[in-house]
Design a protein around this ligand. Structure first.
Ligand SMILES: [Cu+2]
Length: 133
């Protein structure tokens, strides 16, 4: 009878022990999945967008990319042949419209905004692109 009691107690403690162990494991699993979800959210929080920006040459490219670089903009790359600006940015930090406004302010037309006239007039002759109508 004594042995049976000991066995029951032993079994009980094993069950209890494994239970609490299982709980701990669950906890660490939850924490891990939470962390991985968070980092996934961080990864998907950058947005890639392609915007048409009018311009001619490599000087334009330098102007456009410099104007596009801002807080929250990870990448700004303009292609003079396709006239497409590829932006990789964090939409929680910066808006596409604001980036385009900055580009327009240095004289370049974008899809949404017309380049500033005074800034355009000051551009090098090679950069006087055919303006958006
Ligand atoms: Cu140019």
């Amino acid at each position: 009878m004594k042995t049976v009691k000991i066995i029951i107690i032993a079994l009980f403690s094993v069950v209890l022990g494994s239970n609490s162990f299982a709980q701990m494991t669950d906890h660490s699993k939850m924490d891990m999945s939470k962390t991985s979800t968070d980092s996934k959210m961080n990864m998907t929080s950058t947005k890639t967008e392609t915007i048409k920006v009018w311009g001619n040459c490599n000087t334009c490219k330098a102007h456009i990319e410099k104007a596009a670089k801002a807080d929250g903009v990870n990448k700004a790359s303009w292609d003079k042949d396709s006239k497409l600006l590829t932006l990789v940015y964090d939409p929680s930090k910066v808006k596409s419209d604001d980036i385009q406004k900055k580009i327009a302010a240095v004289g370049y037309d974008t899809e949404k905004f017309k380049g500033d006239d005074k800034a355009y007039d000051k551009l090098d002759a090679c950069c006087q692109y055919d303006r958006k109508k």
